[in-house]
Write a protein that binds this ligand. Structure first.
Ligand code: CO
Length: 213
């Protein structure tokens, strides 16, 4: 059977299973969403956001791109963030990277990959920020893993540098921002303990004044 046909069949089977568990499953979801969490993860097919944290439909608002980046000129990311924070009023934003990330691996190399090099360049900036630490790790796979963790940490800080997050912190004391890393070899998520909230100290140059209404 062609793969795409199989996917549609899988969908019908999934609908049947959900309805068997709860005849109102889709009716309830159709009423609207109020997810408490925004997930910013990698597009990698091995890191399906809902599945690895056991979150049913309706619980997580999801944004995924190559290497879970928070790029301040990315209208897609900014729109998702603004909607999640200001309309859905999520309580938590989670940046989740993963070991074995091809985007981070590409950023560590000097190879050209084409158009994507312009995206990868943002990951290379993280390497430059932490060049001293990373160059000091001689084992290449350990260096890559640390680079992956540092990349997540930098994206958490990048979220805190947006006016979207800073204004919400001032108005609503939310959301809490977290950095996680997923291990594709065993499925375990590790909390990188870089959680930021309205009490976190950002470098002065990134702190916005409150807008006077
Ligand atoms: Co990845």
């Amino acid at each position: 059977m062609e793969l795409y046909k199989k996917l549609l069949d899988n969908n019908r089977a999934w609908v049947d299973t959900r309805l068997a568990e709860d005849p109102n499953f889709f009716k309830k979801l159709a009423d609207g969403q109020k997810p408490p969490v925004l997930w910013i993860g990698c597009a990698d097919s091995r890191v399906p956001a809902n599945e690895i944290i056991g979150a049913p439909p309706g619980e997580v608002f999801v944004h995924r791109n190559i290497a879970n980046m928070v790029v301040h000129t990315d209208m897609n990311m900014l729109s998702v963030l603004d909607y999640a924070v200001n309309v859905l009023e999520v309580q938590h934003v989670i940046v989740c990277g993963h070991y074995g990330c091809g985007g981070v691996r590409a950023a560590m190399s000097n190879q050209q990959f084409g158009l994507i090099d312009n995206w990868i360049r943002h990951i290379k900036d993280v390497y430059r920020l932490h060049q001293h630490e990373l160059d000091g790790i001689s084992d290449l796979s350990k260096r890559e893993n640390r680079f992956i963790e540092l990349n997540v940490i930098e994206q958490v800080y990048d979220l805190s540098k947006t006016s979207i997050i800073q204004n919400s912190w001032k108005k609503k004391k939310a959301p809490y921002i977290h950095g996680w890393v997923y291990d594709i070899k065993n499925g375990i998520i590790q909390d990188l303990k870089v959680s930021l909230n309205e009490n976190s100290d950002l470098p002065k140059v990134y702190q916005f004044d409150t807008i006077v209404p």
